[in-house]
Design a protein around this ligand. Structure first.
Ligand code: C2E
Ligand code: MG
Ligand code: MG
Ligand code: MG
Length: 286
């Protein structure tokens, strides 16, 4: 019995040690990374599903480490937050995103994700504003995406940062809406320009409760004049449903996966949404 118990906890601590070791590998690789060379951004279209046209792109961070290969974005962003590397990572990514976005048509907006640490750091906000100032993208084409959790960690700091961003006419979106402690009072206080419905809701459109929530959020957004993007749309069926529930904007693999800018431009050129536009299977179509 004793041996068994020791064996049991041994397995646990082995898994635990493996986690610690891989965390340390990740941390070291990130500290040693040549950010300029190893980081890049991919772009995923944000689609107006009434007209089936591209209205924006979301820049998504990608890190390819010479030692570890491609590291999942959530993992290295979380590590960057824990180690304080996020400031330089955010700025490197944002400058790259701005530069790449220069070749986009002027009607296409650029969305960029910020982390909680970014929004509570006056130095980061200042550098972001400077980058916008020196860049060639009109500030009102730029949207910063922030999760509720990021905004709620320090509401006063978040409010201050949002005020500064807004002075430049930059827009703010509440990302992963519905997964945090979304309180309507914060929705009023932070007054985002846009909301992004978390992709977990796309997977729950058939249950009565899922459908009711999603319909209520659409009503709320439409009444408040809030632009609302539905994330994680992967099928025609989901697209038809969210359109019927009152959504006008969506993002997801059905339209396109995130791509590096050259591939994205080819995709745009090819007018890949044409098939969807002409399809009788979808509401925006013929
Ligand atoms: P997010 O901002 O909610 O981004 C959407 C995520 O969903 C992206 O994952 C995207 O690739 C993925 N996605 C898009 N369409 C679909 C779909 O149809 N189905 C499914 N299952 N997934 C889809 P990714 O690129 O791994 O990014 C994960 C998260 O990492 C992002 O979630 C965002 O919170 C964060 N992130 C990404 N880039 C940055 C960045 O530059 N800075 C910061 N601070 N965070 C970033
Ligand atoms: Mg986002
Ligand atoms: Mg999201
Ligand atoms: Mg997310």
């Amino acid at each position: 019995v004793k041996a068994e118990r020791r064996g049991g906890s041994g397995v646990f601590s082995l898994a635990h040690e493996t986690t610690i070791r891989s965390e340390r590998l990740l941390e070291n690789a990130l500290r040693e990374a040549d950010l300029e060379a190893e980081l890049d951004v991919q772009f995923q279209p944000i689609v107006n599903i009434d007209a089936m046209t591209v209205v924006g792109v979301e820049a998504l961070a990608r890190w390819t480490s010479p030692k570890l290969g491609r590291v999942p974005t959530d993992s290295f962003i979380a590590m960057a937050e824990r180690t304080g590397l996020i400031h330089s990572i955010t700025l490197t990514l944002f400058r790259k995103a701005l530069e790449r976005a220069l070749c986009l048509p002027g009607h296409i907006g650029l969305s960029f994700n910020l982390s909680a640490n970014d929004i509570t750091s006056p130095a980061t906000i200042k550098s972001l504003l400077q980058a916008i100032h020196h860049g060639a993208i009109a500030p009102d084409r730029i949207t910063f995406e922030l999760t509720e959790t990021a905004l709620l960690r320090d509401v006063d700091a978040a409010e201050r940062a949002l005020r500064e961003l807004r002075r430049l006419r930059v827009k703010v979106a509440l990302d992963d809406f519905g997964t945090g402690y979304s309180s309507l009072s914060y929705l009023r206080r932070l007054a985002p320009d846009k909301i992004k419905i978390d992709k977990s809701f796309a997977a729950d459109l058939d249950s009565i409760s899922g459908r009711n929530i999603v319909t209520a959020i659409a009503g709320l957004c439409n009444n408040m004049g809030l632009e609302c993007v539905f994330e994680g749309i992967e099928s025609y069926d989901q697209l038809a449903k969210i359109h019927a529930f009152g959504y006008h904007f969506a993002q997801g693999y059905l339209f396109a996966r995130p791509m590096l800018m050259p591939a994205f431009l080819t995709w745009l050129e090819r007018d890949a949404l044409r098939d969807l536009r002409l399809s009788a299977r979808v509401p925006g179509g013929a």
